[in-house]
Design a protein around this ligand. Structure first.
Ligand SMILES: Cc1cc2nc3c(=O)[nH]c(=O)nc-3n(C[C@H](O)[C@H](O)[C@H](O)COP(=O)(O)OP(=O)(O)OC[C@H]3O[C@@H](n4cnc5c(N)ncnc54)[C@H](O)[C@@H]3O)c2cc1C
Length: 261
C-alpha cells in the first residue's frame, strides 16, 4: 500500500447491511472520501469510530482520543464508485457487549459513521513452497481475500475457527489449499499441530484470539521454527477484554515475548 500521511477520519454512509452467515454481517459504506483512498493490500484495515456510550460518530472528533476505535479489515474497496465492504463478526448482546458488534446488527441504509484509516500490517511472505493460514471469524475477511488472490498451483492449509457450523462460508481458493473449519472447542494450535507438514518452506499468516495466538506462536515459531520473515502472527481480539484493553495486553505480551525470545 502507498505510504501516505495519516488522513482525517471520513464520515461515510451505510449503503447496505446483509447477513453473510448467522454471525457475520457485511456492511457496505459509501462516501467520496473512499474515492481518494490509496491502493490497498489484503490486510488493509479501517477504524470505526464510536463515542463512549457506544454510538457511531457521525461527525469527526477533534481528536482520536475522543472516540472508541474498532478495527476492521477492508473486504472490498471500489474506489471508482466510492464503496467499501467490511465483514463484521457478531458476538454478545447489546451495546455493552461491544459497540462495533452491536452497531453491525442494526446499521441501516442511510446511517452514518466516521471511519479512520486505512492502515496496513505485515502480509503473507512473498516467496514460499506452501501456505498456512490460521484464524477465526475476525480474520476470515483477510484470509478469504488471500485465498482469492493466490496462484492456482498454491498448496497448503487454511484452518478457520467459526462460531457455529452455519458460519462456514464457501471460499474461492486454489484446489491445493485444504480448508479445515473448526467448529468445536479445539484450540487452533491443536488443529494446526495435527496437520501433515508439507515439504519446503511455508509462509504462515495467523490472526485470531489472543490465547489462540499465543498457542500458535509457541507451535509455529518455537516448535516448527518457521523463520521470522515467513511468519505473520497477531491477535485480533481478546476474550473478556475490549479492543482498547486488548491493545495494552498485546503490547505487554510482545515486549515480554521479545525479551524472552
Ligand atoms: C487488524 C485487525 C483487523 C480486524 N478485522 C476484523 C474484521 O474484518 N472483522 C471482524 O469481525 N473483526 C475484525 N477484527 C477484530 C475486531 O476489531 C475486534 O473483535 C473488536 O474488539 C470488536 O469490537 P467490539 O466493539 O464489537 O467489541 P469490544 O468492545 O472490543 O469488546 C467487548 C467484548 O467483546 C468481546 N469480543 C470482541 N470481539 C469478539 C469476537 N470476535 N468474538 C467474541 N467476543 C468478542 C471482547 O472480548 C470483550 O469482552 C480485527 C482486528 C484487527 C486488529
Amino acid at each position: 500500500m502507498e505510504k501516505r500521511q495519516p488522513r482525517q477520519p471520513a464520515c461515510l454512509t451505510v449503503k447496505d447491511n446483509i447477513a453473510v452467515t448467522p454471525h457475520m454481517r457485511r456492511i457496505t459504506v459509501t462516501g467520496d472520501a473512499l474515492k481518494a483512498y490509496p491502493d490497498i493490500d489484503t490486510t488493509a484495515y479501517v477504524k470505526l469510530l464510536f463515542d463512549f456510550d457506544g454510538n457511531p460518530l457521525s461527525v469527526p472528533p477533534a481528536s482520536l482520543q475522543d472516540a472508541q476505535l474498532r478495527t476492521y479489515t477492508i473486504r472490498q474497496l471500489d474506489r471508482s464508485n466510492g464503496t467499501m465492504d467490511i465483514d463484521m463478526a457478531l458476538h454478545g448482546e447489546g451495546v455493552a457487549s461491544g459497540p462495533a458488534s452491536h452497531w453491525a446488527k442494526s446499521a441501516a441504509p442511510g446511517d452514518q459513521i466516521c471511519v479512520g484509516g486505512p492502515g496496513s500490517s505485515k502480509g503473507l511472505a512473498d516467496s514460499f513452497d506452501w501456505v498456512l493460514f490460521a484464524g477465526d471469524m475476525t480474520s476470515l475477511p483477510a484470509i478469504s481475500t488471500y485465498l482469492e488472490k493466490l496462484g492456482p498451483q498454491t498448496q497448503g492449509y487454511a484452518v478457520i475457527k467459526v462460531t457455529t457450523a452455519d458460519d462456514i462460508q464457501p471460499l474461492e481458493k486454489p484446489a491445493g489449499v485444504n480448508v479445515i473449519w473448526v467448529t468445536g472447542a479445539n484450540s487452533l494450535a491443536d488443529e494446526v499441530a495435527s496437520l501433515s507438514w508439507l515439504p519446503g518452506t511455508p509462509a504462515a499468516w495467523v490472526a485470531c484470539e489472543f490465547s489462540d495466538m499465543r498457542g500458535l506462536r509457541q507451535l509455529l515459531a518455537k516448535e516448527r521454527r518457521i523463520p521470522h520473515d515467513q511468519l505473520y502472527i497477531s491477535s485480533y481480539w481478546r476474550e473478556g477484554r475490549s479492543e482498547d484493553q486488548h491493545k495494552v495486553d498485546k503490547r505487554k505480551d510482545m515486549e515480554e515475548y521479545e525479551a524472552g525470545a
